[in-house]
Design a protein around this ligand. Sequence first.
Ligand SMILES: Nc1nc2c(ncn2[C@@H]2O[C@H](COP(=O)(O)OP(=O)(O)O)[C@@H](O)[C@H]2O)c(=O)[nH]1
Ligand SMILES: [Mg+2]
Length: 323
Amino acid sequence: MQQLAAAIRSGDRAALARGITLIESRRDADTAAADELLQLLLPHTGRSARIGITGAPGVGKSTFIEAFGLRRCAEGHRVAVLAVDPSSAVTGGSILGDKTRMTELSRHPHAFIRPSPGGGTLGGVAARTREAMLLCEAAGFDLVLVETIGTGQSEVAVHGMVDWFLLLLSPAAGDELQGIKRGVMELADGVLVHKADGDLAAAADRAAQQCLLALRVLHPGDAEPPPVVLGSSSTGRGLDDLWQVIEHRLAARRASGAFAARRRQQADDWLDTAVQDRLLGQFLADPATAAAMRSARERVARGELLPSAAARQLVQQQRERRT
Ligand SMILES: Nc1nc2c(ncn2[C@@H]2O[C@H](COP(=O)(O)OP(=O)(O)O)[C@@H](O)[C@H]2O)c(=O)[nH]1
Ligand SMILES: [Mg+2]
């Protein structure tokens, strides 16, 4: 692990990929090694800007990451791209198709792209993505982009691991604002109205106006509500402005202490979630408890038993079996 840690720190991308494979492994033998690796690298983590990217499927997240990432690489940044894909928990694999939208970036010597870990719960997928992010930071990547893939629950998980949560909206946002979950809009640190090019440019202007109004309602009395930027990954419009706005706002948060406070809160939440996941895993590892849980689920579904009472009984029964 000492050697692997040193190789990762030297920026060796093959070593970084090996390290991430190790933390994604759920074999018991690998878990201890992975913990050791992360502990060795911990002092060298944290020095990146972590940006989450969300938006409806087809809004152009992957295309945006390619265009935006290449621009930042050209400025001398080192860019890592990760993804959280809850559907990969079902399919057991990640959407490799997405990497095909990032062909140039994936070949760039200053970029590193890793698809979403597959398998397990959303909590597990998110935890492994967080750890992968730390390894990328130790390897010298100073900009980490995390894409949410598919629709659903991954937004909250990604919001909980980044410094800046960027929502991409399409020019049809008038319709979309109703479709997009209000909760996601509330989480956004900023909005990019994407595809603001060609025939879509005028609609994008209107969408940006609507979006500004919506954000003012969501952040009443806020002197600096989340910024709205018009952009296009096809033409490059807005992609540098967007980065300037993000850098400016993050610098202000660093100065005020809000940046560190958010990271502390995220680490604290991660600890709670990790303990909960571990305890639940241990609890259900007992076959009798797992069977009791299944029958409790059925009785709850039939309306014969309340979940709170079921939980009390399950815990009590396991305790009695153990003593
Ligand atoms: N007009 C226009 N189309 C775009 C732009 N960016 C992406 N697209 C198209 O939008 C579609 C979806 O892009 P993709 O990056 O896969 O979206 P994702 O599902 O959000 O990752 C593709 O057909 C892209 O070619 C853009 O800046 N302008
Ligand atoms: Mg995509």
